[in-house]
Write a protein that binds this ligand. Sequence first.
Ligand SMILES: Nc1ncnc2c1ncn2[C@@H]1O[C@H](COP(=O)(O)OP(=O)(O)OP(=O)(O)O)[C@@H](O)[C@H]1O
Length: 654
Amino acid sequence: MIDTIAAFDGRLAKVEGAERSGKTQALVARCAHLIQNGEAPASILVAVTNAFAAQAFRKRLRRALPANLIGAALSVRVCTALDAAVSVLDQPAAREATGRVPRILNSAEYNFFLEDLKTIGEHPRKLRSMLGFLDRKMAGYEPREEWNAGTAADNLLAYATRILKLRGAMLAGEAPMLAADFLKSDAGEGARGSFAYVLADDFQNFSHAEQTVLCLLADKQIMVTGNPNQMMSKRGNHPYIEGFLKFEAVRRDVEVFHLQGAFGNPQVIALADALCTEGDMDSAYIAGSATPIERAAGAEGLPQGVQSIKWNTPEDELNGLTKYLRKLMDGQEDAREALTCVVVPNRRWAVMVEKMLRRRGFNVSAAGAAGTLAGDPRDSTRSRALVAYTKLGLLADPTDMIAWRSWCGFDNALTNSDAWMGLQDFAEAEGLTLYQALQQVGNAGFGAKEPFLRARTLAEKWRSGQDFLEKNATRRGFGLMKAIGAEGISEFEAVAADMVGDETAKSLLELEQAAISDPVWTEDPHVVHICLPQNLCGTEYDNMFVVGCIDGFFPQRNAFEVISTDGERNRVMDSERRDFMGGVAKAKHLLVLSHFSKAELELAERTKMQVVRVKSENGKRMAIVRPSCFLSEAGDAAPTTMGGQALLAEYGLN
Ligand SMILES: Nc1ncnc2c1ncn2[C@@H]1O[C@H](COP(=O)(O)OP(=O)(O)OP(=O)(O)O)[C@@H](O)[C@H]1O
């Protein structure tokens, strides 16, 4: 079947199949076939769900091609649909037609934008709900005249667009819609169909607007793969599942390929299959049978299949499980630690697991659970990463108004939104760009009369920013990291580890932007990966250890919360089950589902475990928790649970 797909040269194709059935492999094969038949790599676009999936696809493509074509493999564009939309909007014709700069706000920059929106006087909750509404409409690619947004939301949209335009910024939710509109317009004629071949993996994960962009970019062929049970519905991405399900129904002459079975460990596939019969899962997408994959040479002795291990407390679990992992790795001749992934329920667990693994002598990357630029900008000592990032942004481009907006907002309870709004009005009234206006205000020695309310505050910020720029404009590499105060900050660790030492501010900013918004794994084969389940899309591992496999973590507590409605609870449960099923199926040989039975109440509450009851133990209040309900849902496909201490004893580890 894969060979037929690889050679398929019709206009439209859809490839569907169960988890691990070879959908991505089919696209890799198609892409390799095109290159081997002399197609220019630049004529192929591969769209995937996130940067991890892009990295994995590139690796698979390289492997699928002979050495003399590696260069060609590297030149194929493999990116997210959002990236593809941004590239469209970055073309001069699109910038002119839209009047917008496709510089996407990251989450910290978005928070400043949100603070600024509050100046219109709406209640914050109403504001969020209207923004959510607008975001859904844009992602859903509904015609503007059918939004029926109401006056308040219309005004909000106009205001938001105005301030984004002035700032030279765009929201992630806007880009696909704007790109699709542009590609459909006369002005976009040159950009339409700019790739002969568009291959879209996990098409069910893209929003309607993103799917539209991908279709408009394809000239000769679009081939999509997908599986509704693997839809990732994390907040903010609005997947349009119908776009995949009805792909052939709304178009003519679509060739549909249905892949049978799956490749991987039969026990792992059986567990994933069992979950595909629960909740809103579509049982038409069940593998049914699995073709095992051979373990690599040197690793044949390692355990295979699914293990369920029970520990007493989270501390016991981390301690015991990392010992077990150490033992398994030491038992291999040429251990490739990067083929092992520890799946964690949240950031806090990622940090704990990372610490423990390092203590056991492992090199570790937690890129799969990387945080955003955390901290409270109202107090710059509590948002050091964001301050460092802003300084880097100013050094990279001293006219970047997104960086200046952040810079002017630190250490003020309302992030100086009122003053910034005054600056915007002033710029428009004077016919100046926002940068020119800030420059003018900053350099003016106005006496008692400010050109707008609190202009003096912005003038001070401008001058301190200019001082910083003058002192540090020529710095590079590690000196630059020191100057911006990024040394020793965890958010900059990944970039610092890969630095050569002569990076300019611009190149360092690009690396840091990627690390925050689109993290990828280091290429080092001797690094254990730590990942959240939702980042496993497009990847696979020989060994996978899920820690904290309890109710409240897998699935998260909202799936049980008594205060929400049945519908809401089911929605969360279904979405968590999909992430869990899709995630654990990526274990090619060994899947360890590890859980503990009690934790200190304070930790349990803070990390939102689903507490069954509370009991007192040695003067401490302990929360009793349950193994993940997904284990019981899997029924016979779930293994018998073994005690952690018994496992350690078996390996002589206690
Ligand atoms: N025809 C094949 N022969 C042997 N192994 C294959 C074949 N097709 C795929 N595989 C292997 O099976 C595994 C699953 O393949 P792939 O990742 O392409 O499936 P998928 O359906 O995209 O999975 P996912 O559930 O992750 O979306 C991979 O390890 C891949 O190398």
